[in-house]
Design a binder for this molecule. Structure first.
Ligand code: SAM
Length: 378
């Protein structure tokens, strides 16, 4: 690698813009340092993320390089023996103080946050075995009893070291990189072939692609987002996946849908604080505030209410967020329920018939996620 890993990681940390995400600084740095190679890139990324995971244990007077080294030592100490770190210390230092007012912080959750995150992939329906065989080092998830079996799940955990973006399976669209909990959102929707669905916050298309696949490419998925840039990425991914049954459109979230049809199903995968992704993205623990959480709760309630107008009688509305804060989960769902007597809670297609589920990182070794569903009365 020429220069040491610590020097590279310290440079990335030094280039993070105030309030900006470390992941963006990392991407920029790696793009400008192509000679690092796949192994070098992975090591630098791990060092940067360990730094933010253990930030409150580091000695601020030390140089950035020294702090990077210290964080790596703390990470391997933890990996060898998580119980070495007391739960009280984790609660005080691994998360911001405001989090305790928004969710429970059991020991298992706090320990999970300090682990390095797994890499999940979603194979096309029916292709998991073949994809797993071709990649090697890939295994099916072990789901908690209340969730299992999740029919149609084609998730694999990849433990290998290859750059998956370069693998033939990825390039031919046989699989996508997608967190296990995000895959469970698609399954919870359970769209049927021939139906019309609206993915109202489709972003780069992770869930829209999954809905299309579950529909066997039959029917229609309206994929909208307020970001034109994200929709452009969605189109590229859709082409690779051979997804044809979709229509992309801009929806700012302010008014009604950019189409007239009433849908069999509407998914609102709303913008959120992302607390459920803090294992994968530890820097966000230190840039997200309680004010953000409260503001997002209002945005989510608005998006959900406006998108619900496009659900046809008997159709389904699904709300998902990759966060675990009360203000963005139960409070939004309760508020919607109270204001919309024409909707009744509907069982999700995963789990044991509940209309709301909370997927916890410590149960799945995946992102935290909240999902709720309703049916519009006929
Ligand atoms: C959680 S992300 C969606 C992720 C995507 N569904 C996926 O699975 O890849 C939320 C999306 O909502 C979009 N968004 C944020 N605020 C919005 C608003 N007010 N109206 C519409 N979309 C919005 C963002 O651009 C972002 O793409």
């Amino acid at each position: 690698m020429g220069e040491t890993l610590e020097i590279h990681a310290a440079r990335v940390i030094g280039s993070v813009r105030p309030g900006g995400p470390a992941a963006a600084a990392l991407r920029e740095y790696l793009a400008g340092n192509r000679t690092l190679g796949a192994v070098g890139r992975r090591s630098v990324s791990r060092a940067v993320f360990s730094y933010y995971r253990w930030l409150n244990w580091l000695e601020p007077a030390n140089s950035a390089q020294k702090r990077v080294t210290q964080a790596a030592e703390l990470q391997s100490r933890f990996d060898r023996d998580p119980s070495f770190f007391k739960v009280e210390a984790l609660a005080a230092r691994a998360v911001p103080g405001w989090l305790a007012g928004e969710m429970e912080l059991p020991a298992a959750y706090l320990r999970q946050l300090q682990r390095e995150p797994p890499l999940w992939i979603r194979a096309k329906s029916g292709a998991a075995e073949e994809v797993g065989r071709a990649l090697g080092s890939a295994e099916a998830p072990v789901l908690p009893g209340w969730l299992s079996p999740a029919a149609g799940l084609a998730a694999l955990r990849y433990r290998g070291t290859a750059d998956l973006h370069k693998s033939p399976g990825f390039q031919s669209g046989a699989f996508e990189i997608q967190d296990l909990s995000s895959q469970l959102v698609g399954l919870a929707c359970a769209p049927a072939p021939g139906e019309t669905w609206w993915d109202a916050c489709a972003g780069e298309g992770g869930k829209a692609l999954h809905l299309s696949d579950l529909m066997g490419n039959k029917g229609l998925v309206w994929a909208t987002d307020r970001s034109v840039r994200r929709l452009a990425l969605l189109k590229r991914r859709a082409a690779r996946a051979g997804m044809f049954n979709y229509r992309p459109a801009v929806w700012t979230g302010a008014g009604s849908a950019p189409f007239r049809t009433k849908c069999d199903g509407v998914l609102v995968d709303a913008p959120c604080s992302g607390v459920g992704t803090w294992q994968r993205n530890p820097h966000a623990r230190w840039t997200t505030s309680i004010a953000d959480v409260r503001e997002l709760g209002v945005v989510q309630a608005g998006l959900l209410a406006r998108a619900s107008a496009s659900v046809k009688p008997g159709g389904r509305l699904v709300y998902s967020v990759c966060t675990l804060t009360g203000s963005e989960t139960a409070a939004v769902a309760d508020g919607f329920q109270a204001a919309h007597p024409d909707f009744e809670p509907a069982p999700l297609a995963i789990g044991k018939g509940e209309s709301r589920v909370t997927l916890l990182p410590q149960d799945l070794d995946a992102n935290g996620m909240f999902i709720a569903a309703w049916r519009r009365l006929r």
